[in-house]
Design a protein around this ligand. Structure first.
Ligand SMILES: [Zn+2]
Length: 69
């Protein structure tokens, strides 16, 4: 068995420095997340999608799946 002791941290490739979410601090991997500085979840929190009109939503009745089958 051979032991490899790495005393030096491998330098990250140029142009790919790590970026962390400025809200929750998680590392960002997606290109869009790195550009905005926010993870998908935090970005959705800060910029929630416009909710549909509640009057139209009232017509949408969730139906339970039919039993059997
Ligand atoms: Zn986040």
């Amino acid at each position: 068995m051979q032991l490899f002791e790495s005393e030096e941290e491998p330098s990250p490739p140029a142009g790919r420095r790590p970026v962390w979410c400025r809200l929750c601090g998680r590392p960002l991997t997606g290109a869009a997340s790195r550009r905005t500085g926010l993870g998908p979840g935090c970005d959705a929190k800060l910029h929630p999608a416009p909710q549909p009109d509640i009057r139209t939503r009232r017509h949408e009745v969730e139906q339970d799946p039919l039993p059997g089958t």
